[in-house]
Design a protein around this ligand. Sequence first.
Ligand code: IVH
Length: 719
Amino acid sequence: MNRLSERYISIQKTIRSHDYEYYILDDPSLSDHEYDELFRELKQIESEHPDWITPESPSQRVGIKPDKDFATFKHFQQMLSLANAFNAEDLNNFHDRILKNLGSHNQIDYFCEPKMDGAAVSLIYEEGILTKGVTRGDGVLGEDITSNIRTIRSIPLTLKESKSSFPALLEVRGEVFIKKPDFEALNLKAEKNRDKVFANPRNAAAGSLRQLDPAITSSRPLAFFAHGIGSCQGKEFNDLQEIFSVFLSWGLPVNNLNKLVSSIDECLQYFQDIESSRSNIPFEIDGVVFKVNELFLQKQLGEIARSPRWAIAHKFPAEEASTEIENIEFQVGRTGILTPVAKLKTVNVGGVNVSNCTLHNLDELKRLDPRVGDGAVIKRAGDVIPKMVRVIPKKKNRANAIKAPQKCPSCRSAIVMNYQLEWIVTDSSKSKPLKKFSSHYEAQNFLEINNSVNLSISEKSLETPFIKCSGGNSCSAIFQGKFTHFVSRKAMDIDGLGQEILLTLIDQKFINDFADIYFLKRHRVELEKLERFGKKSVDNLIKSIDRSASVELHKFVFSLGIEEVGETTARNLANVFGSMEAIQKSSFEDLIAVPDIGPRVAAKITDFFSDSENAASLELLLPCLSITNPNFHTAAGDMKFSGLQIAITGKISPMSRDEVKNLLVLEGAKVTSSISKKTNYLIAGENAGSKLVKAKTLNVKIINTNEINNFLNDPKKFF
Ligand code: IVH
């Protein structure tokens, strides 16, 4: 090694240790001037010896601009989200659930942290070198934003040597955020340059991370705190406190307001302390987070519905602001439901600009009784949709309340009430109805279980507070709504098919059916002639349509817009059935065995697929797509319960029945609510009734309360 290369390495070291002192310890030993001089010298040496430069050099934070979109990246370990608590009672319930689930009354240590209002990211270090930075995305798949992450000065490109050796692979989870004063300066600059100002630091942070040009990200004052760990290979930790102190020793920034406590009462105290110092904390927080400190307890507790049972966010109370109602409109959604929406004079509520506020339905409209010109108090908590808390009447004359329209504001078809059916089981020997059900299936089931000759079912139609356009697909608002949903980010994710372009293509009859989107490339020449289209934009549009054609099954199912089928249900359908063909063929019975699907949703799904228009539309669309399902166990043998039909009855603890059902179904079981000869096992909890009797008469194997855990872990023992 010659003198110059020694000098080069030593400068790199000094700069790294300055970054650590400056960003992590907040206590730099070099002056700004000394630092700038060193940096200049580093660049000078690199210009003479470009072959010496490695990606870890401090000069290499701003890399080259990628030319297209961010690549998708699958997290090694899923990024979960947090359940919320809003008061002491919620918090005590959280603690009680933990004790119950652990089956012990031991004392629990909690790790308390402020809840940063920023954007979640995952950083991957391989042998101590930062190799990837990824957005949270949907928790499973994120976007590879490595080149932007590298521009954040408080994120080390290489971990600092410490007495803890580096894992072969480490996912550091944390929050990218902007400090309050930096945010103000950023917006001031934007205002001066007549650029867009950001509504809040969170939007600014998230927007900065999704810039295609890392030079722009680099110009934004982004900061980072680590708040968790994903996959970690080649190193064991015992608890969170240890993780964060090792993180600090490696030069990863960790919030110094974090604190370990040993009771839920101390958690509450922590919440109050942080809340009362909130205005002095230099970054936006929207609450605090409590996490069980010990990792083996975390593991035992597991997760439910994509949130860990071992952590909770205790949110600050919602913020309120008052404004003026400028108009009240009825908007027609893709299902035809008309939603009253208040158009407001824009107001900032807890850092977000609000100019629209849904009034949900006719009941809510009646409760609030708003008029154009009235004042209104708007409330918003965290990410929650703004809510109108109350109306401040301005007009003295309260006649002419806002009424539901008689005709659809979009297509002028008649407006109908949205009815919901209810099935009532009556016992002819008693005067009162016995039980009400939201589906005929459930009522029938009840009848079978309690096979008494006196029971009968009757149907009743209930009025709901929702109104609906009767126009169906001939209503342009409904029709457009379906397409807007189909192309949206969480569905087929077609960039460049924004609202206006979509409307033009529908208007000009280029699009009549979902499949037409994939046939657009046949009309390239005509498209280029349209107003606001050109060769390049048509090219880009077709490229993003082509890209969307290879799609994951759960996204495709979600994009179909089946009533009541949201993202979670779509994901469950994909996990359970594995292919589109299997979903289309599924019976009502198959569907209600899926986690989170009850009879009402199951009926919506079977209705959707048995509708001839939908069937025809799918027949055209499916050949255009390449649908994948990477998370599905293809080999049925991989799944613990494949081929088994299992019923559950009685009270089960510490897991709930739904949790047990989820677990079974995701591992291949068919879970039914009634017992037949085909049932292989009945899981019988406490107070099991008629099902247990029936199972015994049919010789169905019974798993009792003490055996449930063993059965779930290793069913083979029971075969
Ligand atoms: S822990 C499994 N800790 O809140 C636990 N999250 O809904 C996962 N967040 O996406 C997160 N501050 O972006 C954790 N101290 C903190 C946090 C925090 C902010 C965000 C994070 C996550 C969301 C959870």
